[in-house]
Design a protein around this ligand. Structure first.
Ligand code: 4AD
Ligand code: MG
Length: 432
């Protein structure tokens, strides 16, 4: 007899099969027990009918506790009333691992409790759905960049550089030197683009940010494409195509997960329509001022209420272009006619999800960049390899970084970025 996974049940209708599963929930009456089982691929219902099984099996089914692992034998039946479309008519049950007093019951639990039990919380249907969406976003990312002629390059995790500012670095000892956990692979990706043309990285990044918001993780994953001979306008097109591709892939391949999370698919469809609108930083400030935001002046960075207001003025993600130079990193290309802004854009997701991409065209002039490095208070020697890129055949180039977990949070329609990663690292949390 074949052992199958429940996701393949549709190919085994009418057959008797074995399935390894956990008991997620159970309902029993005198003559029948309904077991809600999960096997990692999906949730499904197994029906144990008193008249169809032995006395022992019927009794065992009634006694099964939450998260007991079993191997169940039965016949796959089509069942249009079940939300899974199929159910299992049980014949035999073999208990593999008992489970007593499982801490996460079907009732409500507080977030701290759930986070303390993250290793078990992952088994619940919502968390399971989010992880499937995460997997699809990862799969679609590789597909998109491979289809578009990008080469995957892996920048180091241990580095001597601080591309995104020195205030939120994780410092560590590298033998006799100081090293940091990578905040961004960008500077290395610029070197890689000069070797390979169009490149992308996909890896963990670290920020010792003291922010306790629903958008911030201490450890998060970033996708960082970098493209030689490409100006910002063309980079924005890659960005919008990529984000639309991610949303479309989740719509195409994660129907069940989206339903489990109650995500409105009509709203998501809107986010696949291109182009995404563009608004300059200057106009965004104007827009806020006209709408009675007194707490922001030209030159300030946007807070999340500002981003949300700007986003709500559009029906899909919006690019905010050309921020003040003073609030952006040293490597951005200066504007050709204005000294006070740089050629960059942040992509702001709708529905209050905030910034999902930060990107820019990169400064190409050696002297300008050297001056910026000095002004940022960075050690010139540490960056001499980076300056070399401007010494030996410098070219226009642009790139961006998409935050994986912010993007998953936005596509899934969930409240907090901590649920978009299997084991979140947060301010004050490194357990489990
Ligand atoms: O805007 P950021 O800081 O840009 C960079 O790091 C550039 N070097 C990228 C590049 O041009 N290659 O970060 C990029 C994205 C943000 O838009 C956000 O989605 C995500 O990374 N991000 C975070 N996600 C979760 N938690 C945090 N603490 C994050 N900080 C940034
Ligand atoms: Mg940013």
């Amino acid at each position: 007899m074949e052992q199958i996974q429940i996701i393949d049940a549709k190919n085994h209708v009418g057959e008797t099969v074995k399935i390894g599963a956990w008991v997620a929930n159970k309902r029993s009456s005198g003559k029948i027990s309904f077991l809600q089982l999960r096997d990692g691929t999906a949730y499904f219902q197994a029906v144990v009918v008193k008249s169809e099984v032995s006395e022992e099996v019927f009794h065992l089914a009634k006694e099964l506790t939450q998260e007991t692992s079993i191997i169940v034998t039965g016949e796959i039946r089509e069942d249009t009333r079940s939300k899974f479309g199929y159910e299992l008519g049980v014949k035999e049950i073999e208990v593999i691992g008992e489970s007593h007093d499982y801490p996460i019951t079907p009732k409500e639990h507080g977030v701290d409790f759930l986070m303390d039990h993250r290793h078990l919380w992952l088994r619940s249907s919502q968390q399971h759905a989010i992880m499937l969406i995460r997997n699809e976003v990862i799969r679609a990312t590789y597909e998109f960049f491979n289809n578009n002629g990008f080469v995957k390059v892996d920048p180091p995790i241990l580095t001597g550089s601080a591309p995104e500012g020195t205030s939120d670095l994780f410092e560590t000892n590298y033998f006799d030197h100081k090293a940091y956990l990578s905040q961004s692979g960008q500077l290395y990706m610029e070197a890689a683009a000069m070797a390979l043309g169009k490149v992308f990285s996909f890896g963990p990044t670290f920020r010792a940010e003291k922010s306790k918001t629903r958008r911030h993780l201490i450890e998060f994953w970033m996708i960082e494409p970098e493209m030689a001979f490409m100006h910002q306008e063309d980079s924005l097109e890659v960005q919008e195509q990529y984000v639309a591709y991610l949303v479309q892939s989740v719509l195409d391949n994660c129907d069940y997960a989206l339903d489990t999370l109650g995500r409105d698919k009509e709203i998501l469809k809107n986010y696949t329509k291109l182009p995404f609108p563009r608004i300059t930083y200057d106009d965004a400030i104007e827009l806020l001022k006209k709408n009675d935001f007194d707490d922001i002046e030209w030159g300030d960075d946007f807070g999340s209420p500002h981003e949300t207001f700007i986003a709500n003025s559009f029906d899909r993600p919006v690019f905010i272009l050309n921020y003040p130079k003073a609030i952006k990193p040293f490597y951005m290309k200066p504007h050709p006619t204005r000294e006070d802004v740089v050629i960059c854009a942040d992509l702001i997701a709708p529905e209050g999800y905030g910034e999902i991409i930060g990107g820019s065209e990169r400064a190409t002039d050696y002297d300008y960049l050297l001056e910026q490095i000095r002004e940022a208070g960075l050690n010139e020697e540490e960056y001499s390899w980076y300056l070399d890129l401007r010494k030996y055949g410098t070219v226009p180039h642009s790139g961006f970084g998409l935050g994986l977990e912010r993007t998953i949070t936005f596509i899934s329609g969930i409240d907090h970025v901590r649920e978009a990663i299997p084991f979140p690292r947060l301010l004050n949390r490194i357990y489990p």
